[in-house]
Design a protein. Structure first.
Length: 135
């Protein structure tokens, strides 16, 4: 069982994600659910949510899903497809598909308030070592 409060405390150091208002809602081994409520600072010139926020939310959910068991994992490659502009709160669900000793493969889906699919991301991550704080 993963201690969500320890995970939340660890990720407070991710000042970029925290500064965007991203919240860790659920976490389990190889799984994370994170949310963000876009505000006026997250809009692009076309008055839609900036794709960078969607990417950051998805990448952060990947980080939580792969790091929550105490293995420091960083992104090696991310591939994101933006499917539709979000309306309201966004939710990212990250699931680890496969892991080896040094690599993790993860799929992330991002939905909006109406449960419409906003984006899909595939991430390959590299496991750098243990995070003693989370063990």
């Amino acid at each position: 069982m993963v201690d969500i409060e320890k995970v939340r405390k660890f990720f407070l150091a991710d000042t970029f994600a925290m500064g965007q208002g991203i919240v860790i809602e659920e976490v389990d081994e190889g799984y994370a659910k994170c949310t963000v409520v876009p505000n006026e600072n997250h809009m692009n010139a076309g008055n839609a949510v900036q794709g960078g926020l969607t990417f950051t939310l998805a990448d952060f959910a990947f980080a939580v899903a792969t790091n929550c068991t105490g293995n420091l994992t960083v992104s090696l490659e991310n591939n994101i497809s933006f499917i539709s502009p979000p309306k309201g709160k966004m939710t990212a669900i990250a699931k680890v598909c496969r892991e080896t000793r040094s690599v993790a493969f993860c799929d992330v889906e991002v939905f909006d308030d109406s449960e419409k699919l906003v984006a899909k991301m595939s991430v390959t991550g590299f496991k750098k070592g243990e995070i003693e704080y989370l063990k």
